[in-house]
Design a protein around this ligand. Structure first.
Ligand SMILES: [Mg+2]
Length: 228
């Protein structure tokens, strides 16, 4: 029987792509930079690649924060300070609150049956801001953010911190739900957690990160968890 649920936030509960586009569009508008859809998509690709590099330990969190904008802003023939733009973007991102379809309902249902913990790779300022803005903090017993812990998923140190912080933690009655094969599924499998991939687009599972279960919609979770 399941007692504890670790839930990823970005692209599992928050529609991160939508939040990111909103924040980026607002920041560019504020700087009077004209942009189009392909600029927003380009940023998303730059950012994804940098987060993967961070997960592999190739760059630091501080480098990521500014470097992604150095690369992105070079698309525009303007002289802009990447560090200042990064601050502006973080401010806008912290205020976004677009949720994945059905997320609020599933949080409402699951929080009555299980102890929910958010497990997220991200910046404390933006993650806490968005949790507040979406009013979803009340569903979680605790929020574990990589910046506060000093380790990112999929590393063992991240999960060690979560486990140490939870009273009477029991691995065998805990599941981890997330969208990312690298940070969630491979990290959770490695730690001995029962992993569930949220995979709405039915993307292939890499060989190194096969989840124990998979759902295409968050609404499948209550029944799945009851069956475990
Ligand atoms: Mg995610």
């Amino acid at each position: 029987m399941i007692k504890t649920v670790f839930l990823d936030l970005d692209d599992t509960i928050f529609d991160f792509k939508a939040c990111e586009r909103q924040a980026l569009a607002a920041s560019l508008t504020k700087c009077a930079i004209s942009f189009n859809d392909s600029d927003l998509t380009a940023y998303s690709e730059i950012n994804d690649a940098m987060w993967k590099a961070l997960e592999r330990g190739e760059i630091t969190r501080d480098e990521l924060r500014v470097k992604r904008f150095e690369v992105f802003l070079s698309r525009f023939s303007l002289c802009l300070d990447a560090a200042q733009f990064a601050d502006l973007y973080m401010e806008h991102l912290a205020a976004t609150n677009v949720l994945i379809q059905g997320a609020r309902e599933v949080l409402e249902t699951l929080s009555k049956r299980y102890d929910l913990y958010a497990v997220t790779n991200g910046y404390e300022y933006t993650q806490r801001g968005r949790i507040r803005s979406a009013d979803i903090g009340k569903y979680f017993k605790d929020i574990f953010i990589s910046q506060c812990i000093g380790a990112v998923k999929p590393n063992k140190e991240f999960f060690d911190h979560c486990v140490r912080s939870i009273p009477d933690f029991d691995l065998s009655s805990t599941v981890l739900i997330g969208d990312s094969p690298t940070s969630d599924i491979s990290g959770g499998n490695g730690y001995g957690l029962y992993t569930i991939r949220y995979n709405p687009e039915h993307l292939p599972n890499p060989e190194y990160a096969i989840p124990r279960s998979e759902v295409a919609s968050l609404s499948e979770l209550p029944i799945l968890l009851q069956s475990l």
